[in-house]
Ligand binder design. Structure first.
Ligand SMILES: NC(=O)c1ccc[n+]([C@@H]2O[C@H](COP(=O)([O-])OP(=O)(O)OC[C@H]3O[C@@H](n4cnc5c(N)ncnc54)[C@H](O)[C@@H]3O)[C@@H](O)[C@H]2O)c1
Length: 451
C-alpha cells in the first residue's frame, strides 16, 4: 500500500518561513503556511510575496496555483500535518538579549491545537534561538499546552536556518549543510527523512547533534562571518592611511590562503541585515549571563558601529564642513537584491549626516517604501540615481546594486554640483574614477589628491 505523503506546516511566514514554504511546495511537499498577520496571509494567497527576494514570486505563484502551498492565519490547520516548523522572529530586547515572546506564543498556540491529536507530530525550531531554548522554553511551553511530554508522540528538534537574504531560494534549495539537534533518534530520523524527500540524491551533509549544539552552530556561524567583516574593515581603515595601498589587493592575497578563504572579505560600510547584529548581541548577552565576557564579539560589534563614522568622515574630508550640503545616498537596502533595511549601514550613515545638518536625498531600486516607514520625510527620495545626484555636493554609495555599478564618471559629472564620490561599497574602478574627487573605503590616497 502506498503511504500517505508527508505534509508540513510552517508557523511564521516571514523571510525564512515563506522561502522555506515555497521551496517545500516546489518539491511537491504539501505545505500549510501560517501567520498571524492577515494582510500578509492574504497577499501570499494571491501568490504575491510580501517581500522582495529573487525567484520567490515565481515559486510562490506556482505553489499557490498547484495548491501545494496554502496560506492561513488559522493555526488549527497544523493539526492535519505531520511536522510543524517554527519560523517566527526572535528579535532583541532592549539589553540585546533574545526576545522569545513570539516563540512562546507560537508554542502555546500550536500546543493547544495538538492537544487532541493522536499519533506522532514533530515540532522543529527553525528560528535562531540561544542554546538551551529548544530543550527549555520551547519544550516547557509545548508540553504545558499540548498536555503531553515530548517523546513517543511529540517530537522536538532544533534545526537552524542558514539561508541568506538576496539568495534565499537558491540557498534553501542548495544548502551546504543541514543541522539537526534532537534528544531522541525518532525525531531526528523523521526530520532527516523529510529532508531526504526534499533533496533526494542531492541531500547535503547532515550533522546530527544535541539541540544545544545545533543552536550554537547558528550563532557561531553568524559571529564568525560578522567578525570576518569587521576584520577586513579594520584592515581597510589601516590600508586607507597608506598611499598606494588598496585593501582589495590585500583581501585577494590573504583570501588565497585556504585557512582564511576569500569570501566575506569585502571591505565596506559595515554589516547590516536582520541577523548579524541581533545574533551577536544575543550571544554576547547569553555568554555574559553564563559568566563569560566574549571580548572578541563585542569588538566585532563596536568596529561595525564605528565603520559608518568612517564613511561620514570621508565625506567630510572631501567637503570640509557638511553643514547645509546636499548629499546623495545611493543605496538603502543592507545589501543588493533585497528591500530589507533592518540594521542597514545606510541608516547609521544617514542619521549621522542629518546630525551634521546635511540635506540627504536617497535612491534605492527596492528599499524606498521600507525606508519611508522608518525615516518618513526626514530625508528626500529620488526616483532614479540621476535625480538623486542632481545638484548634489557629494554622493555616497551604500549598496552594491548592479544599477549603480553601471554608472560612469560622466553621470556624476553631468548631474552633481561637484563630483565628490564616497564609494563605501568599492564598486567603481579607482582608475576610471580618478578624474572625479573619488575616495573608497580601504583605498589609500592617490598622489594627485594629496598634492
Ligand atoms: N531573515 C534571515 O535572513 C534569516 C536567516 C536565518 C535565520 N533567521 C532566523 O529565522 C527567524 C525568522 O526570521 P525572519 O527574518 O523570517 O522573521 P520575520 O520577522 O521576517 O518573520 C516572522 C513572521 O512570523 C510571524 N509571526 C509572529 N508570531 C507568530 C505566531 N504566533 N504565529 C504565526 N506567525 C507569527 C510574523 O507575523 C512574521 O510574518 C529568526 O529567528 C531569524 O533570526 C533569519
Amino acid at each position: 500500500m502506498k503511504s500517505r505523503s508527508e505534509t508540513v506546516s510552517i508557523v511564521g511566514m516571514g523571510y525564512v518561513g515563506l522561502c522555506t514554504a515555497a521551496t517545500f511546495a516546489s518539491r511537491s511537499i504539501r505545505t500549510v503556511g501560517i501567520d498571524i498577520d492577515e494582510a500578509r496571509v492574504e497577499q501570499i494567497r494571491r501568490g504575491k510575496a510580501p517581500l522582495h527576494e529573487p525567484q520567490l514570486d515565481t515559486l510562490l505563484k506556482q505553489a499557490v496555483k498547484s495548491k501545494l502551498l496554502e496560506a492561513t492565519s488559522d493555526i488549527s490547520r497544523a493539526f492535519g500535518t505531520d511536522t510543524t516548523f517554527l519560523t517566527v522572529g526572535t528579535p532583541s530586547q532592549q539589553d540585546g538579549s533574545i526576545d522569545l515572546s513570539y516563540v512562546k506564543n507560537a508554542c502555546e498556540d500550536l500546543g493547544n491545537v495538538l492537544r487532541e491529536k493522536r499519533g506522532y507530530h514533530l515540532v522543529v525550531v527553525k528560528s535562531t534561538v540561544v542554546p538551551g531554548t529548544t530543550n527549555g522554553t520551547v519544550k516547557r511551553f509545548l508540553e504545558q499546552s499540548v498536555g503531553k511530554k515530548v517523546g513517543s508522540e511529540l517530537g522536538l528538534c532544533a534545526n537552524p536556518e542558514f539561508l541568506k537574504e538576496g539568495t534565499a531560494i537558491n540557498d534553501a534549495l542548495h544548502p551546504d549543510k543541514i543541522i539537526i539537534g534532537s534528544n531522541d533518534k525518532k525525531s531526528a530520523n523523521r526530520l532527516k527523512r523529510l529532508y531526504r524527500k526534499f533533496y533526494g540524491p542531492r541531500l547535503p551533509p547532515v550533522i546530527l547533534t544535541s539541540p544545544e549544539s545545533a543552536e550554537l552552530v547558528k550563532y557561531a556561524s553568524n559571529a564568525f562571518l560578522a567578525t570576518k567583516v569587521s576584520f577586513i574593515n579594520t584592515v581597510a581603515n589601516i590600508a586607507q592611511q597608506i598611499p598606494g595601498v588598496d585593501v582589495g589587493t590585500i583581501a585577494e592575497a590573504i583570501g588565497l590562503d585556504p585557512r582564511i578563504g576569500g569570501l566575506f572579505l569585502k571591505a565596506g560600510p559595515g554589516y547590516g541585515g536582520s541577523c548579524f547584529h541581533k545574533d551577536l548581541q544575543a550571544l554576547i548577552n547569553y555568554s555574559k549571563n553564563n559568566g563569560y565576557d566574549s571580548t572578541l564579539f563585542r569588538a566585532t560589534e563596536e568596529t561595525n558601529e564605528q565603520q559608518s563614522n568612517k564613511v561620514v568622515d570621508m565625506a567630510e574630508a572631501l567637503l570640509g564642513s557638511l553643514s547645509g550640503k546636499r548629499v546623495a545616498v545611493l543605496g538603502l537596502a543592507f545589501k543588493k537584491d533585497t528591500d530589507d533595511i533592518r540594521e542597514a549601514s545606510s541608516l547609521r550613515v544617514i542619521i549621522q549626516l542629518k546630525k551634521k545638518g546635511v540635506h540627504v536625498i536617497a535612491y534605492d531600486p527596492m528599499a524606498i517604501p521600507n525606508t519611508k516607514k522608518q525615516l518618513a520625510d526626514q530625508i528626500g527620495y529620488a526616483d532614479n540615481p540621476y535625480s538623486a545626484l542632481k545638484g548634489a555636493d557629494c554622493a555616497i554609495i551604500l549598496t552594491e546594486w548592479d544599477e549603480f555599478v553601471k554608472l560612469k564618471p560622466k553621470d556624476f559629472q553631468a548631474c552633481m554640483k561637484t563630483p565628490n564620490v564616497v564609494d563605501a561599497r568599492r564598486i567603481f574602478d579607482p582608475e576610471e574614477f580618478s578624474q572625479l574627487n573619488y575616495v573608497a573605503i580601504g583605498l589609500g590616497a592617490r598622489r594627485s589628491l594629496r598634492d
